[in-house]
Ligand binder design. Structure first.
Ligand SMILES: *Cc1c(COP(=O)(O)O)cnc(C)c1O
Length: 426
C-alpha cells in the first residue's frame, strides 16, 4: 500500500475541485484592530485590514479582557491541570458558568473547550437520553450540530431551511406522543438570515418537542444584554437549550450550553466530550467572563457594529456590488464561482491589502460562492470607502456580475438552487 500516495491523491482531489484551503499568515496587532501584519509565502510582511473576522466586536483586544487574562495567568498559572473530575473546577470557571446562566436567564450553564464540542456533546447526549427520540434538524445547521445528531445514533429528519410548513409536516408525521428535539440556529452565519424562532417554539409546544438553539453568531451582539436573538425577541424562556461560543463576539475561546439544571447536569454526567478532556485554563475563563460581563452592560459595541454593517450594505450596494440582503451584521457579496471567488480574495490581498477569505463549497452550496464581510464597530467609514473602491476594482478586473437585482439574492433562492446568476464573463 502506497500510504503517502494515497494522501497526496486526496489532496489533489481538493486542488482539482478548487477546494484546497490555504491559510493566511496573519499577526493581529492588539490596539490596532482590525489591522494585522500579513506575511506572504516568501515571508515578506505588510500591514493589511481584516474584513472577515468573527471577533465581531473587537473584544479580543479589549483592555479589560486582555488584563483579565494576564492577571489571572499571573495568579493562577496557565493550564487547568486536568479534567474537571481530576483537577476540580477552577474558580474563574465557576464564575464564568454563573455569568452564562445569568446571561440567558437559565438555571445552569456548562462550559466546553469549544462551541463545536459543546454542540456535538450536548445534542448527542441529550438525544441519546430520550428514548426513541426523533431529532429534527434545519438543513443549514452547522457541521458541529450535524456531528451531534449523527453521534446520537437516533433517527433524524431534516427540514428545509427555515421552512415552517416542512417542519410542521415532519412533526405531524411523528405525532404528538413521540419524543422529539428540534435543533436549529438563530443567525445563520453564511447567509446572515434569522430563524423564525417564535414559530418554531409554537410548533414545539403544539407537538410537545424539546428545542435546542445555536446562538453562536448572535451572543454578545443582539438583545439588551447581548444574550442573542432569543433575548432580543423575548423568547429565551421558550427555548429549552441555548448554546453559544466565547470565541466569536466575546473574543476568547470555549463553548457552552445553558438550560434547566437537570439537562445541564445530565450532559455534565454523560457526555464523553466533556468528561474526558482537560478543562479550559483559568486565564481564558476569566477573560471570557470579563468580556461577557462588559457586554451585559455596554451597548456601544453592538450599536457600532449594527451601524457599520448597515453602512457597508448601503455603500457597497450603491456601488453596484451584489450584496445579499440580510437583517444582520453579516454582509455576503456573491461571486457564484469557486475559482473566481478565490481569485477575488487573492487580488484584494495582493493589490489592496485587504483580507477577506473566499467562502466556497462545502461551506456554502456550489454556485453561491461568496466573500463574507463582517464589519465591526472598529472599521471606520474611511476603511469602508477603501473597501468599496477595492471591491469595485476587483469586480471590474475579474469581470464579475455587477448591478444585478440583489432582491433575488435571498438565502432561500440561493439555497434552493433556483437562482441563476448572470455572469458577464469568465
Ligand atoms: C463557529 C461555530 C460553531 C463552533 O464554535 P467554536 O467555538 O468556534 O468551536 C458552532 N456553531 C456555529 C453556527 C458556528 O458558526
Amino acid at each position: 500500500m502506497d500510504y503517502r500516495g494515497l494522501f497526496e491523491d486526496a489532496i489533489d482531489t481538493l486542488r482539482r475541485e478548487k477546494r484546497y484551503r490555504v491559510f493566511a499568515d496573519l499577526e493581529r496587532i492588539a490596539g490596532h484592530f482590525p489591522k494585522a501584519i500579513y506575511r506572504d509565502s516568501a515571508d515578506n510582511e505588510r500591514e493589511i485590514t481584516i474584513w472577515c473576522s468573527n471577533d465581531y466586536l473587537g473584544m479580543g483586544q479589549h483592555q479589560k479582557v486582555i488584563s483579565a487574562m494576564q492577571e489571572t495567568a499571573g495568579k493562577l498559572g496557565t493550564g487547568a491541570g486536568g479534567t474537571r473530575n481530576i483537577a476540580g473546577t477552577n474558580r474563574p470557571l465557576v464564575e464564568l458558568e454563573r455569568s452564562l446562566a445569568d446571561l440567558h436567564r437559565k438555571e445552569a450553564a456548562l462550559v466546553f473547550t469549544s462551541g463545536f464540542v459543546s454542540n456535538e456533546a450536548s445534542i448527542s447526549t441529550i438525544a441519546r437520553l430520550i428514548p426513541n427520540c426523533l431529532v429534527i434538524s434545519d438543513q443549514l445547521n452547522h457541521a458541529s450540530m450535524i456531528a451531534g445528531v449523527k453521534q446520537s445514533g437516533m433517527e433524524k429528519k431534516i427540514f428545509r431551511h427555515n421552512d415552517m410548513k416542512h417542519l410542521r409536516e415532519i412533526l405531524e408525521a411523528a405525532g404528538k406522543d413521540r419524543p422529539k428535539m428540534i435543533v436549529f440556529e438563530s443567525v445563520y452565519s453564511m447567509d446572515g438570515d434569522v430563524a423564525p424562532i417564535e414559530e418554531i417554539a409554537d410548533l414545539a409546544d403544539e407537538f410537545n418537542a424539546l428545542t435546542y438553539i445555536d446562538e453562536v453568531h448572535a451572543v454578545g451582539m443582539y438583545g439588551p444584554r447581548g444574550a442573542g436573538i432569543c433575548e432580543r425577541d423575548g423568547l429565551m424562556q421558550r427555548i429549552d437549550i441555548i448554546e453559544g461560543t466565547m470565541a466569536k463576539a466575546f473574543g476568547v475561546m470555549g463553548g457552552y450550553i445553558t438550560a434547566s439544571q437537570p439537562i445541564v447536569d445530565a450532559v455534565r454526567s454523560y457526555a464523553s466530550e466533556f468528561i474526558f478532556t482537560t478543562a479550559l485554563p483559568p486565564a481564558l475563563c476569566a477573560a471570557a467572563h470579563a468580556s461577557i460581563e462588559h457586554l451585559k452592560s455596554s451597548t456601544v459595541e453592538r450599536e457600532g457594529q449594527q451601524r457599520q454593517a448597515q453602512r457597508a450594505k448601503e455603500i457597497l450596494g450603491a456601488a453596484g456590488l451584489p450584496v445579499m440582503p440580510t437583517n444582520t451584521h453579516i454582509v455576503p457579496v456573491i461571486v457564484g464561482d469557486a475559482r473566481r471567488c478565490k481569485a477575488a480574495s487573492d487580488m484584494l490581498m495582493d493589490k489592496h491589502n485587504i483580507y477577506i477569505q473566499p467562502i466556497n463549497y462545502p461551506t456554502v452550496p456550489k454556485d453561491t460562492e461568496r466573500l463574507r464581510i463582517t464589519p465591526t464597530p472598529l472599521h471606520t467609514d474611511e476603511m469602508l470607502f477603501e473597501l468599496r473602491d477595492a471591491l469595485v476594482s476587483v469586480w471590474k478586473n475579474l469581470d464579475l456580475p455587477m448591478n444585478i437585482d440583489t432582491s433575488q439574492l435571498t438565502a432561500q433562492a440561493l439555497n434552493s438552487g433556483d437562482l441563476v446568476l448572470p455572469t458577464t464573463g469568465g
